[in-house]
Each structure stands twice: as structure tokens, then as C-alpha cells.
Ligand binder design. Structure first.
Ligand code: GLA
Length: 715
């Protein structure tokens, strides 16, 4: 390959005449080629090398093992289930004649320029059946990421059932042991980091709840035997762009192979591919870095800002918002919202969001979902007077909806009891008193689009918090076409994405937030349609710091929304207003406290924090994040942001508890220009980038739940 650092997809031929493709990012390379059986063999994934020959040969280079065929222990890029193969298959099919084995043979390859990124498409055809598979590889060279997905086609006359349709399988270098890092949790405790050495056998990380889920997130990080840190070491990492049932399978065998396969979950999944139809898997994005978990995160964050997030707001800063949920809950009306809005405007807040309770008969969570008309008891003249009032205070207006849901106590359910997932002979299990609408149905999609269009066309609404407050159960669809009963899981997600795409197209001025009882729907699939994620219903700032460390492994700071709240009853901790603000300022900032109870001093302090946030917001939202200290390792957490133009940096530092009389710690900064001089705002000190990174700055905090903010500018 070449010496220049331009990234490219390079096709070449091995000395033995075998086709090879190398996807060269700026620092990394991913190589594979055709072996002598016409099988696509993985060759290499790691730092970019100098010459084509450095990447090796596409041969199943393993030894021969008894009871295995070569193909079964080789590094196939996209194994289909058939012959003697036992690795996690990417594809498992059943043909109309009952044959359940696929034999894919290489057909052709094409390199497409692509609008934004070059793309390699490798096509396979089954030996006998009219089944075609296109493997897509998009090279995001400056992000050192590869995006993979597959398109499966039926070119025959009879249906083919797809029983497993993963997006990709990624092979790691052979003969090593690996540590796997994942994100797990639950409602109110999302994004907890968990680590395990990959055992012989499989580790499955999954959601079978219909949504991405708070219990596991479709992201992985893998390093060699636990040798990588925030700043050092080889890390392979990836994230799946999908918001329904998914699985990641980390498999290690006694032949020295470790791989990670992922995509739509095969649990209760069959897709009937009719004659002439095709099925496209979600994208699975993955990368390699030699510079630790911090760099892995920054590559994903940059990719989200540059490519994934809605283009209309990718370059604008997200507003500071207020949300009244924890104050008024369902008891919203013009007076209490207007009173909160006056206070919010006084703080410099830019967007006022009214949460649940404004529609149907919705005085608690037992009724009203599905009836998306304004509750005239609470808003006798509709929403417009409140919106006008909020606008007159200089703020935009936002609103909460939960379109995928219905309460049994609602007009919608009385009219359309058949619109929800259910099995006729089984109870309809409620969770939070609600049931899930079948978003795969065209009539349900039309209903949701109608009321959303009406809401957004007739009101000056600039922000929608789209909530989703339960997992699926009894996923039945009695009216489904024969053989399509299990498609509901995927069709729901497709319906959701379709609705989002149409709403964004029709209402380009509206921003969206993805909420699912907190962080239950945080993934790269939904991020194409939303500006931010509500990270957790748990608004305890200390818990939030831990969650944010996990969240930020995968997801961009800009997309993390948390509010400054009053001390939260879950934990009974009462951190200072400063601590609460500093914590919320690590991402997109919101406020959710009862402002009517705040003293004049608290209002003044909050005003200052918000003004400060507006100054540092470009650095936090569009800069690069460095995690300097972790509460998982001690009492300190620190998050540093370096502005996109490298001129400024901000550090938010948190101390959980002083111990043994110590009150100081050195923090070594990262990502600065070594030769530049930086002045700490509010101090006389001027230090070089080199000194700030090698020696660091000394932070002094004493007590429990203390925090500080450093803002440094190049001079
Ligand atoms: C969920 C959300 C909350 C709030 C309530 C409203 O729990 O996560 O932020 O919107 O629903 O019912």
C-alpha cells in the first residue's frame, strides 16, 4: 500500500492469484480475500501496514483438525449455516423445499465511490437456490471505522425463510486471549461497565425486550487480556445501529479464534423473503485503535457527530432546556407551566418542555395513552396560549409523547383493541398499565403520523421527547399473513424508523429526544433520527457520573441529556447546586428542578452556571472527550473536553468523598498542543500543553460531593 495517509479501499491480487481487498483507514487496516474455495477469508484487522504483502494471504491458515472441515475453522467473513460449520452463523435460511443449508459462492465485487464514504460490495450466490447475498463494507477512513451490513435477496419464485440474519462477524487476531467490556444495567441504573475475560465458548449480550434495552447496550470493546487502558493499548470496538431485539455473540474456540458476531436477534425471529424481495440488515460499525478506550470512544463520538446524527442540527448547538416532569408530574396546566416557564426564562433557559399529562384523561399512568388530544380541563384553550407565552419569554416550546403505547383506559383502546400485540388465548400483560401498539401495521403507522403531523403542524413546537416506557410481551399479531407472525419484532423497528424519517422530513424545524424510561433506547439506529437521549430516570448526580462513563464509551457527549434536579429521593443524597450543575454540564444541559422553590441565591448561582455552560457548550458538545479519572477506580471523576479548533479545553472534576485528610490530586490533561501556552481562566497561571499533559494541574477539593470546572484557553 502507499505511504500517504489517505484512506481507500484497495483491491489487489495475492502472489497466488487470489483476490484481496484492504480497507485502509488513516491509521488502521482491515483485510480479507478469497481463498481457493471461493470463500471470503478474513486476513487482518489492526494498525495500518506499509505493503500489500504485509497483510498476508487469504488462506484458511489453520491446521487441520479432526472432525472439522477447513471452512469450519477458518475465518470466514460472513458464514452461512450449511455443511460442517459450527461457528455462530451470520445467515441461516430455510428454503421452500425444506432444505435448511446455504452454500454461498463468491460471484463478484464492486467498489463504489459512495456519497460520503467509499463502499465495497461483495456478492455471493447460492450454489443451487435463487439466494443472493451482498456484503457491504463502508470505509469511514478518517474515523478509522468500518460499517458493515448485508442485503439478502430472493430472485426465485418461492419464499425463503430467513432464520438468522446478522449484520457482520468480526474476527480478532488469532491465538490471543481477550477481555470483553460491555454496558449493562437496568431502569435507573443504565450503562454500567462490565468486564470479563472471553471464556472458551460464547458470551451473549442481547435484548429480547423489543427495544434496545437498559439491561444491555449493543456496544462492545475488546482488548488483549485486559492490557488496554483509557490511553494505551489495542482495542477493537463496535456498535450496532438497531433499536429492536439484538444480540452480540463473542465466541472463542480452542482453535485460537475469537470473534464477535452481531445483528438482529434470531430469538423468535423468522423473516419470510418472498419472491423478488430483499432484506437489509442493520449496520454494524466497528473499529480498531492502538490508543486505548479513550480513543475508541472519540472515534465513535466523531463518527456520530459527522455522520450519524440528524444533519439539520449536526452543526448547531443544542439548547439548554427545562422539563417540569419531576415537579408537576401529570398535574400540568397553563398556570403551573407558565409559572415554571417564567423562572426558567429568568435563568437563561432556551427551550421549555412540557412532559406527560397534557392529553386525553391522563391524571396518572393508568389512563389516556393513545388519546392525543389536548385535555381541555387542563388547557381549556388548547396548547397555543402556553406556547405563545413560552415564546413571549424568549424560549422555544417542546412536548412529550409516547406514540407506541396505549392504556386500556383510553378511547383508542376501546376503538382498536386489536391494534396491540397479543395472543388471543393469553392475557394482555400490562406494564406501567400500558400495552404496545403494533407499529408494523399500516393503519397504526397512519394513525401515529396523523396525530403527530397535526400536533406539529398546528403548534409552534420545536422539540419532541419521544418516550417508550415498556418492554414487549405476548408479541402476537393474529392478523399477520401466514408465516409472517414473527416478523413483528423487526417490523416494529422498521415502522418506527419510517415514522421518524417522515416526521423529520415534514417538520425539519423539530428536534427529537429518544427516551425509554431513561436510557432504554440508546443506539446508533435511533440516533439517525434524534438529537439526544434522556440517559436515565435516575437523576442522582453521583450515579449519573458513573453512568456517563459507561455511556460515553459508546455515545457522544452532545447526545447525553440530563437535568439539574432537586436532591433526588432515590439516593437521599444532597449535593450542592454546583455539583449538580457540573455533572449535567458534561453533555447537553437541562434543568428539571422546582424553580419556584429556589431561593434568590440559588437562582443567581444557577444563572451563572447556565451562562458558563453557554460559553463552554461548543467545546462540550462538539469537542473531544477525554476521561481523566474514574469513580470505578477511586473517589475522583474527571471529564476533559478539547474544542474542535484545539484552542480551548474544559475540565469538569468531581470528588465523591475526601479521605484521610487528603484534598489534592494531580490531573494530567490530554489532547492539547504541546507547544501552545494555555491560561487557566480566572487565574494568572500560564502553562504549556506539554506541561499540562506531563505534569498536569493540581486540583484541590475537600469534603463530600465536591466539584470544580477548569476552563483553559490558548494564548
Ligand atoms: C418516563 C420518562 C420520564 C417521564 C415519564 C412520564 O418515565 O423516562 O422522563 O417522561 O416517563 O410519564
Amino acid at each position: 500500500m502507499s505511504d500517504n495517509i489517505h484512506s481507500a479501499i484497495v483491491a489487489s491480487t495475492s502472489p497466488a492469484g487470489q483476490a484481496i481487498w484492504v480497507l485502509e483507514g488513516e491509521r488502521t487496516a482491515y483485510a480479507f480475500g478469497l481463498d481457493r474455495f471461493g470463500c471470503l477469508q478474513h486476513m487482518y484487522w489492526g494498525p495500518r501496514l506499509r505493503a500489500a504483502s504485509d497483510y498476508g494471504e487469504p488462506s484458511p491458515a489453520l491446521e487441520r483438525f479432526a472432525h472439522e472441515r477447513v471452512a469450519g475453522v477458518s475465518q470466514e467473513e460472513y458464514p452461512a449455516w450449511g455443511d460442517i460449520k459450527y461457528l455462530e452463523p451470520c445467515l441461516k435460511v430455510a428454503f421452500a423445499d425444506g432444505v435448511r443449508s446455504a452454500m454461498l459462492r463468491y460471484a463478484k465485487a464492486a467498489i463504489l465511490a459512495g456519497d460520503e464514504a467509499p463502499e465495497l460490495v461483495i456478492s455471493f450466490a447460492d450454489d443451487h437456490y435463487p439466494l443472493l447475498v451482498d456484503l457491504h463494507y463502508r470505509l469511514w477512513g478518517e474515523h478509522d471505522l468500518i460499517e458493515r451490513f448485508a442485503v439478502i435477496r430472493n430472485t426465485g419464485n418461492e419464499p425463503i425463510n430467513l432464520e438468522q440474519t446478522l449484520s457482520a462477524l468480526w474476527h480478532l487476531p488469532l491465538d490471543e486471549t481477550y477481555r470483553l467490556r460491555t454496558l449493562g444495567g437496568r431502569w435507573g441504573g443504565e450503562f454500567q461497565i462490565s468486564e470479563v475475560l472471553a471464556p472458551l465458548g460464547k458470551q451473549i449480550i442481547e435484548s429480547r425486550r423489543g427495544i434496545t434495552s437498559a439491561h444491555a447496550n449493543p456496544w462492545f470493546g475488546i482488548d488483549r487480556n485486559g492490557s488496554a487502558s483509557e490511553t494505551h493499548g489495542d482495542v477493537w470496538f463496535g456498535a450496532l445501529a438497531y433499536s429492536g431485539n439484538w444480540k452480540l455473540v463473542v465466541e472463542r474456540n480452542a482453535y485460537g479464534q475469537t470473534m464477535i458476531a452481531g445483528g438482529i436477534h434470531d430469538f423468535d425471529h423468522t423473516w419470510k423473503l418472498d419472491a423478488g424481495e430483499s432484506f437489509t440488515t442493520p449496520s454494524f460499525v466497528a473499529g480498531f485503535t492502538a490508543e486505548g478506550y479513550g480513543d475508541a470512544s472519540r472515534l465513535l463520538h466523531r463518527f456520530q457527530l459527522d455522520v450519524v446524527m440528524p444533519r439539520s442540527t449536526a452543526n448547531t448547538l443544542l439548547p439548554v432546556l427545562y422539563n417540569s416532569w419531576y415537579v408537576t408530574e401529570f398535574d400540568v396546566n397553563f398556570e403551573n407551566q407558565a409559572a415554571a416557564a417564567r423562572k426558567a426564562a429568568d435563568l437563561g433557559i432556551e427551550l421549555f418542555v412540557m412532559d406527560d399529562g397534557w392529553f386525553g384523561v391522563r391524571d396518572d399512568d393508568t389512563s389516556g395513552l393513545g388519546d392525543w388530544t389536548v385535555d381541555k380541563r387542563k388547557f381549556p384553550n388548547g396548547l397555543t396560549p402556553l406556547i405563545d407565552y413560552v415564546n413571549s419569554l424568549g424560549m422555544e416550546f417542546g412536548i412529550w409523547v409516547e406514540p407506541e403505547m396505549v392504556n386500556i383506559q383510553s378511547d383508542l383502546y376501546a376503538r382498536h383493541p386489536d391494534w396491540i400485540y397479543h395472543f388471543p388465548t393469553r392475557p394482555r400483560s400490562e406494564s406501567r398499565h400500558q400495552l404496545v401498539l403494533n407499529f408494523g401495521r399500516a393503519d397504526v403507522q397512519a394513525f401515529v403520523l396523523d396525530f403527530m403531523h397535526e400536533l406539529l403542524s398546528n403548534h409552534n413546537i420545536r422539540f419532541v421527547k419521544w418516550d417508550m416506557n415498556r418492554s414487549f410481551s405476548e408479541p402476537g399479531y393474529p392478523d399477520a399473513e401466514d408465516g409472517r407472525e414473527r416478523e413483528v419484532w423487526v417490523r416494529h423497528v422498521q415502522g418506527l424508523y419510517r415514522i421518524f424519517a417522515e416526521l423529520r422530513e415534514a417538520h425539519p424545524q423539530v428536534m427529537f429526544e429518544s427516551c425509554s424510561s431513561g436510557g432504554g433506547r440508546v443506539d446508533l439506529g435511533i440516533l439517525r433520527y434524534v438529537e439526544d437521549f434522556w440517559m436515565s430516570d435516575n437523576v442522582d448526580p453521583l450515579d449519573n457520573l458513573l453512568m456517563y462513563e459507561g455511556y460515553s464509551m459508546a455515545y457522544a457527549p452532545k447526545a447525553k441529556m440530563m437535568w439539574v434536579n432537586d436532591p433526588f429521593h432515590w439516593t437521599n443524597r444532597a449535593p450542592s447546586l454546583t455539583f449538580r450543575f457540573h455533572q449535567a454540564m458534561t453533555g447537553a444541559l437541562g434543568v428539571g428542578a422546582n424553580l419556584l422553590r429556589w431561593s434568590a441565591e440559588e437562582m443567581t448561582e444557577a444563572r451563572e452556571h447556565i451562562a458558563m455552560y453557554k460559553r463552554i457548550r461548543p467545546i462540550v458538545q462538539h469537542g473531544r472527550l477525554y476521561r481523566l479519572a474514574s469513580l470505578r477506580e477511586g473517589d475522583w471523576a474527571a471529564f476533559q473536553y478539547v474544542g474542535a479548533d484545539d484552542k480551548e479545553t474544559v475540565v469538569l472534576v468531581f470528588l465523591q468523598a475526601s479521605r484521610f485528610g487528603a484534598s489534592r490530586r494531580w490531573l494530567r490533561l490530554q489532547g492539547l498542543a504541546p507547544d501552545a501556552q494555555y491560561r487557566i481562566e480566572g487565574a494568572e497561571t500560564v502553562l504549556s500543553g506539554a506541561a499540562l499533559m506531563a505534569r498536569g494541574v493540581q486540583i484541590e477539593l475537600r469534603g463530600d460531593l465536591q466539584s470544580t470546572l477548569l476552563h483553559l484557553k490558548q494564548i
